[in-house]
Ligand binder design. Sequence first.
Ligand code: DX5
Ligand code: ZN
Length: 232
Amino acid sequence: MSENPAGQKTIIAPSILAADFSRLAEEIARVDNAEWLHIDVMDAHFVPNLSFGLPVAKSLVPHTDKHLDVHLMIEDPARWAPDYANDFQSVTFHLEAVQDVDEAVALADKLRGVGTMAGISIKPNTPVEPLLDHLEKFDIVLVMSVEPGFGGQKFMPEVLDKVRALRERIDADGLSTLIEIDGGIGIESTTPSAEAGVDVFVAGSSVFGHEAPATQVTAIREAAQAALADGQ
Ligand code: DX5
Ligand code: ZN
C-alpha cells in the first residue's frame, strides 16, 4: 500500500462478484498482488439481485491473508452486520438501509467495538453532506459509482463531486477515514477517481473479466499513482 504526502492511499480491491463462483479460492489466488479483496453481499431486497451470504464469504477466510472488505447491500444491517465483524477486516453497510445518520453511527460504533473497520456506503443519488460532520465515526466511506446490484455497469463520473467533498473534509480534519469507490472502475475511471481523492478502488469485471487479472490490478494501481504524482 502506498501513500502520498497528503495521506491519500492507493489500495486495489478486486470484487469477487465478477469471479468464477465455482472456484473462488483459485480466483482469489489470481489477484495475489492486490491489497484487499472486496466481497459483495446482496439480499435481493435492498438491491434487485442475490449474491451470497455469510457462509460463502467465510469460506474464503482460510484461503487468504488479505484484508477482506465486506460490502453489505442488504436491508436491516443492524441485524446482520455484527455477524460479519468477527471474521472480516472491514464491514460496510448502506446509509439508505438505516433510519438516519445516528443509527449508522451507532452501528459503526458496534462494529468497531468488535474490532473491525466500519464503513458506510452511499448510492449515486444519495448526498454526502449528512455524513460530513460524522466522518471520524467511520473508517471507510464507500461512494457507489453505479447503482448497486450488478457488476459490469458504466462508471458515473458525477459521483466524484462527493469524493472531492469527502477528501477536503478528511484532510482538513486530519482524519484517517478511507474513501472507497465501487462500480465501473477500470484503468480509465481510476485516473479521475484518484485525482478526486479516492483511496480504495474496487474493480470487478475489469479485473476478473481480463485473461490476466493480476496485470489489471497492477495497471489500475499504476494509473492511480500516476494521477497522484501528476497532482503534486
Ligand atoms: C455492485 C457491487 C460492486 C461490483 C462492481 O453493486 O457493489 O462491487 O462488483 O463491479 P464492476 O467493477 O464490474 O462494476
Ligand atoms: Zn461492492
